[in-house]
Design a protein around this ligand. Structure first.
Ligand SMILES: [Ca+2]
Length: 263
């Protein structure tokens, strides 16, 4: 019986690891930003390998960037940009940057793993964009505790922002979110600008709330060790933005009493 349970746990853990897409110590998910020297990797919101060349170009353009060139991708790789996912880059070429050789990625080689110029531009891959002036927006947080804020804070945020913050703490811990300041363009359904919380590693599952206006949202505690925050602003009217703090807490310490004493 005990062995049975151990096997169940192992199956669960390995499934979790797959869902997270860890490869060679680098995490890959549509919206986990990895950026270096202005180069970053993007998946379609639908998942991995869903972008045609035309769509890939549109993804970069939408964010004010362009497709990365081979040289830009290589420059990023030289400072540690390592992604185990093939994406379009400039001139219809496909490949990915590998820093550390691994048997399950990049055929054991390092460098730009180059699939060459694709004849069929309807093939579906990810994309590598280049935007050295990308607005500071989103990121991956793995610290035990951190304060972060909307872009430009305490100045107001800008129009047309799309930010994702991913918080990941140690396995077995949970994340407690505490808002310090909050001011987002107000409308009744939060359709214009909003901050969303997802009790999940992406914004597909685990929706936990959408917020706008200037009322501080209540503290939120994740059920697992990951959380995603998504901030969107539309084309007009901005506001002061927000600042928040998260702290990693051990699951066992969370109780009603804890909640009371923290606030
Ligand atoms: Ca707005």
């Amino acid at each position: 019986m005990r062995i049975f349970i151990v096997i169940l746990v192992l199956v669960f853990v390995s499934k979790e690891a797959q869902a997270w897409g860890f490869k060679n110590g680098v995490l890959h998910n549509s919206i986990w930003l990895e950026q270096a020297a202005g180069v970053y990797h993007r998946e379609s919101r639908k998942g991995r390998y869903q972008l045609t060349y035309k769509e890939a170009k549109a993804v970069c353009k939408y964010e004010g960037g362009t497709l990365a060139t081979y040289d830009q991708l290589e420059a990023a790789r030289q400072i540690g940009f390592h992604v185990c996912a093939a994406g379009w880059f400039d001139k219809g070429r496909v490949g990915y940057p590998i820093v550390k050789a691994g048997s399950n990625c990049g055929f054991g080689k390092t460098g730009i793993i180059d699939y060459g110029y694709r004849v069929n531009k309807s093939e579906r891959w990810d994309v590598y964009c280049y935007n050295p002036h990308a607005k500071e927006c989103g990121g991956v947080h793995t610290d035990q505790q951190k304060v972060f804020h909307s872009p430009g804070y305490p100045e107001g945020y800008q129009d047309e922002q799309i930010c994702y913050w991913h918080i990941r703490v140690r396995y077995g811990q949970r994340i407690r979110l505490h808002f310090l300041d909050f001011d987002i363009e107000d409308d009744t359904a939060c359709l214009s600008d909003y901050l969303e919380i997802y009790d999940s590693y992406d914004d597909v599952a685990g929706f936990a709330g959408r917020f706008c206006g200037d009322e501080l949202p209540e503290d939120f505690i994740s059920t697992g060790n990951v959380m995603t925050l998504k901030f969107i602003s539309d084309a007009s009217v901005t506001a002061g933005g927000f600042q928040l703090e998260y702290i990693a807490v051990d699951s066992s310490t969370i109780s009603e009493n804890y909640t009371d004493s923290y606030t």
